[in-house]
Structure formats: structure tokens, C-alpha cells
Write a protein of this length. Structure first.
Length: 367
């Protein structure tokens, strides 16, 4: 009989590549996989080789959303009994923990970030609720994973318990069809800087990227591919300043198409600001997308990001709030692109999903 595992997330299944990679790994190891996530009005249709269920919730955000999620997910797990439960992030942990105790299931917890350090919780009463919940449950979970060593350090300092680590490294984009800029509706004669991802939110350096491009020559343009809380205000600002020809918004697209846009760019931007502890130790997935697509990067000097950019020699770091320095760094990296080719090739060989997932494979193989 195959091992059965239920994976829980609170987000839109169609955009969570980290969990999809884990689901595919589990299936390759002989697990029967069921992933339960969230259905949004904007959710794309998906066709996955494992079973998927999507919960359509009445409330879309705020305290009522989280309360409804806990109840709905608890009853879903209660009626879909499984030997193994994989909870992703703190907002799915409570129902998973309760059901694991009821049925003596093995619980695995994957925390994708330092959850209580996200800026959306700063100064809000909800932060204390999540901290209390985490303080109660974290020490009781036997198997915990997280996304990098810096965040593992934080959890170990908080609870005396160190999570194992697998970084959110993209699979090598084998088989995706590179296309011309013309086929993507992009000009052939521009120098294109790209910033992409599903979390284009406040303090991700998007405003600074727009400001930098606004003061650069007409041969430069900024391509923003993805979605997030910061996008509506950015669009309004771009229109008000008449920058439509220099800043192009693409919106959320399937991953294969995202890589096509990335490969068509000249430089990749990752400009998260050090405004909170979670951003300080973040390691955005887009960094690996840029490198796998063969383009150099300009990033903020965050700990985990700088370790890769400087260690592999794949671009440059700069403080994103220094707009003039940001402009100069972008120009220099594009002009010196040939200088970064060897580092990018080495990063492509070493920083990929088969290499990164080996410890995870051994863990699940031995459960």
C-alpha cells in the first residue's frame, strides 16, 4: 500500500512552486499525495499528476478568513484521514496538529518564512495571537523544515529547536521554450530589467526600481511580472508620471511563461528592503530563476542573498533606497555581463533542485 500524505497550504495552489516540487518528490517516492489549498476568484485551472482539492472560502482576508480557514481545514483533514500530514506555514499548523493527535498521524511542518516577522503583522494584535500559537505548537512538532540557515537560527534561538533546511531553489528550467522578445510583445532594442514573483508587496523595492528606471535613458525599461499588494499603487503612479513606455506590467502568468520573460531580460532585480527580520533573512525564489535563465542580478545586500551573489560572482548588491547607486549598479552589471557568465554557469550547476532536495528525499524515504 502506498503511503498517503495530505499537504495543506493557505494560498493558491497554482502559484506555489515550493510545495509543488515537494509534492512531485513525494509522488516519485511512492506516496499517494493529496494537496488541499485555497480557491480564489483569480485562481488558474491546474492539471497536476497528484490529487488536488481547493477550498472556496467566504472570507478573503483578515481575522475572519483565518478563523474560517482553521475550521474548514480541520474538518477536511478529519474526513480525509492520512498517515502523514504536511503543514505549510503557521496558518495551517493548528488544524494539522489537532488531527495528527486525534489519529496519531506523523506531522511534518514546513515554515516558508519567519512567520511572525512578516511586515503585515507589525503593530497589529494578530501578531500576538500568532506568536502565542507558534510558542505552543512549535516545540511539539517532531519534524520541522525551513528555507535557509538564517531563519533556522532564529527558530532555534526562540524555541531551542533547530529546523532542517532546504532552500526554495527552482528546478532547472529544462524543456521550457525560449521565445523572442517579439513573441512576448517586448521591444528588441531595449535594455530590460525584470522584477518578478507572486509577492510583489510593500518593501520589496518595487517603488525604488520604478524610480531608478524613471531617471535612466530611454533605452532602459522595467518589466514587472507577477502580482501583489504594491502593484495597484505602482500602476497609478506610473500612469500619473507618464512612464507607461518605460514600466510594463505583465501580471501573473504560468511559471513556464514567467521563465520566458525572465530569459528575455538583461538583468534581474531583487530589491527587498531590510525593514523587518523576515525580509532581512529572506532568499527569494526569483534569484534562482534569474540564474537558471542565465541573466546577472542586482540585489539588496540581505544576508542570504548576498551570500550567493557575492559567493558565486553573479552580479552586484546595492542599497535599494540609494536610487543613484541603484541606477549606476544596474548599468555596470549590464555593461559587464560577460564578466558574470562563469559564475552564473557554476550557480546553475550547483544551485538546483536535484542537489537541494537530496536531504529531503532521504528524510521522506525513511519515514
Amino acid at each position: 500500500m502506498p503511503k498517503r500524505i495530505v499537504i495543506s497550504t493557505s494560498n493558491d495552489i497554482s502559484i506555489d512552486n515550493r510545495v509543488h516540487k515537494v509534492a512531485m518528490l513525494l509522488q516519485s517516492l511512492g506516496y499517494e499525495v493529496l494537496w488541499v489549498g485555497r480557491m480564489l476568484p483569480t485562481s488558474a485551472a491546474i492539471d497536476r499528476p497528484y490529487e488536488v482539492r481547493r477550498l472556496s472560502l467566504v472570507f478573503k482576508k483578515g481575522a475572519l478568513f483565518y478563523a474560517e480557514l482553521q475550521v474548514r481545514l480541520f474538518f477536511f483533514l478529519l474526513t480525509h484521514r492520512s498517515t502523514y500530514l504536511l503543514s505549510n506555514d503557521l496558518d495551517t499548523l493548528l488544524p494539522n496538529y489537532l488531527v495528527s493527535r486525534l489519529f496519531h498521524s506523523t506531522l511534518i511542518y514546513d515554515t516558508h518564512e519567519y512567520f511572525c516577522g512578516v511586515p503585515e503583522l507589525e503593530g497589529r494584535w494578530a501578531k500576538k495571537v500568532w506568536q502565542r500559537l507558534e510558542r505552543s505548537l512549535f516545540p511539539r512538532v517532531d519534524h520541522i523544515w525551513t528555507v535557509n540557515e538564517s531563519i533556522a537560527d532564529l527558530y532555534e534561538a526562540d524555541y531551542g529547536k533547530r529546523p532542517k533546511v532546504f532552500r526554495n531553489i527552482s528546478p532547472m528550467p529544462e524543456g521550457f521554450a525560449r521565445v523572442s522578445r517579439g513573441e512576448l510583445g517586448l521591444p528588441e532594442d531595449k535594455i530590460i530589467a525584470i522584477n518578478q514573483g507572486s509577492g510583489m508587496n510593500v518593501d520589496r523595492g518595487l517603488e525604488e526600481a520604478v524610480e531608478a528606471i524613471a531617471g535612466m535613458s530611454e533605452e532602459w525599461m522595467l518589466l514587472l511580472v507577477g502580482s501583489g499588494d504594491a502593484i495597484p499603487a505602482l500602476k497609478q503612479s506610473v500612469r500619473a508620471r507618464g512612464l507607461e513606455s518605460k514600466v510594463v506590467f505583465v501580471g501573473r502568468v504560468p511559471y513556464a511563461q514567467l521563465l520566458q520573460y525572465t530569459a528575455a531580460a538583461d538583468v534581474g532585480l531583487s530589491l527587498d528592503k531590510d525593514t523587518n527580520i523576515n525580509y532581512r533573512f529572506s532568499l527569494p525564489n526569483k534569484l534562482f530563476d534569474y540564474l537558471h535563465c542565465g541573466i546577472p542580478v542586482v540585489t539588496s545586500p540581505l544576508v542570504e542573498v548576498a551570500r550567493i551573489v557575492e559567493g558565486y560572482g553573479v552580479g552586484a548588491t546595492v542599497e535599494p533606497t540609494d536610487i543613484e547607486a541603484l541606477r549606476n549598479t544596474m548599468v555596470q552589471v549590464v555593461e559587464q555581463r560577460q564578466h558574470f557568465i562563469k559564475g552564473i554557469e557554476r550557480a546553475r550547476r550547483e544551485l538546483n533542485w536535484p542537489q537541494e532536495s537530496e536531504a529531503l528525499r532521504k528524510f521522506y524515504d525513511q519515514l
